[in-house]
Design a binder for this molecule. Structure first.
Ligand SMILES: [Fe+2]
Length: 333
């Protein structure tokens, strides 16, 4: 069964000091490519000829492990961003009196470190050690030893045995070069300002209770029907005539020249003006930028008016990450 693109776990436009362009590009290009490559490897493995040389199988399995690690670490990385609170006077890099960490975390981290500052200094120094190379820095909870440790994961594969990642930092150059050039230190500092501690604490709670890591898909809801980008692609391909509506807000559209191939842009604030143009007997798929609120709200309104509508989880960004076709928006749109 192929792996699906997970919606981006952060509202990239609200980050502080990390540009939307860089973070979304990272998600659509690098994360998306990893998911697609993982599925390619899966297809090769499924078709693997038992008579083929075993070392070929070995290489494929190594590739699969590396790609699976890349996919999972990226999903965790995006989802643990987004907790920006305005930096206080003591929030600079390396300050021992840094106070942006919530008290709950300060208490938790003592299962592994003397205090928060000790933990943070080590985490930061490990990230700096990767500045001219690449890899991940991960705060990990060892289930076996009931304690935290910081670890470096190179090639997306190294992980402490029987442990769970609770905070993930991508130190590959593609994660920061666009905004920071070679200044990895500034990126690490900015990452700390953007950590979503609420997400980190939920992960810690789950792993300490021997539960799986929480679901972090911000698109997920059972209140409004939805579909994944893979399901949408299948629906378009089967020729049932799904009507694809791009419901991104006008100001967002003014900054982006493209949209999903085959979609029609409709202003989400003027539903009354275009709802009558929809074919009443054909399903409607509504997407917005990332699948948070806009597509969902438009879908809800359409449903209330008797239209068979669903919103697309992860929005157009997930569509592009999945390799979906894009088209230039009509100039009149
Ligand atoms: Fe990355």
């Amino acid at each position: 069964m192929p792996y699906e693109i997970a919606p981006i776990g952060v509202r990239a436009s609200l980050l502080s000091g990390l540009s939307e362009q860089m973070v979304v590009g990272h998600y659509e290009n690098h994360y998306g490519k990893a998911v697609r490559a993982l599925n390619d490897v899966g297809r090769e493995l499924a078709a693997f000829d038992a008579a083929a040389p075993p070392n070929r199988l070995g290489r494929l399995k190594q590739e699969e492990l590396s790609l699976l690690g890349s996919v999972t670490l990226h999903e965790l990385y995006f989802a643990n961003l987004g907790g920006y609170r305005r930096a206080g006077p003591n929030s600079g890099l390396g300050r021992p009196d840094w106070r942006e960490v919530p008290d709950d975390f300060t208490q938790e981290i003592t299962a592994g470190f003397a205090d928060t500052d000790t933990w943070r200094r080590e985490f930061t120094a490990m990230a700096q050690s990767l500045a001219s190379g690449s890899g991940w820095v991960v705060l990990t909870w060892s289930r076996r030893h009931k304690r935290f440790l910081n670890q470096i994961a190179t090639d997306h594969t190294q992980a402490a045995v029987d442990s769970a990642p609770v905070l993930v930092l991508d130190m590959y150059e593609h994660a920061y070069q666009m905004d920071f050039g070679a200044n990895a230190t500034a990126y690490i500092d900015t990452f700390f300002r953007n950590i979503n501690w609420e997400v980190v604490l939920k992960r810690i709670k789950a792993v300490r209770e021997n539960q799986p890591l929480p679901k972090e898909d911000p698109s997920w809801t059972t209140n409004v029907p939805s579909l994944s980008v893979e399901e949408l692609a299948a629906q378009i391909a089967d020729g049932t005539g799904v009507q694809v509506i791009d419901a991104r807000q006008r100001n967002h559209m003014s900054l982006h020249p493209d949209l999903m191939a085959g979609a029609t842009w409709r202003d989400p604030d003027r539903i009354e003006e275009w709802i009558g143009e929809l074919a009443p007997n054909k399903p409607v798929a509504v997407y917005c930028a990332w699948g948070f609120d806009v597509g969902r709200n438009v879908t809800k309104t359409l449903m209330e008016r008797g239209i068979d509508a669903r919103f697309v989880r992860g929005g157009i960004s997930a569509w592009y990450a999945a390799g979906g076709a894009r088209a230039l928006k009509p100039t009149a749109g």
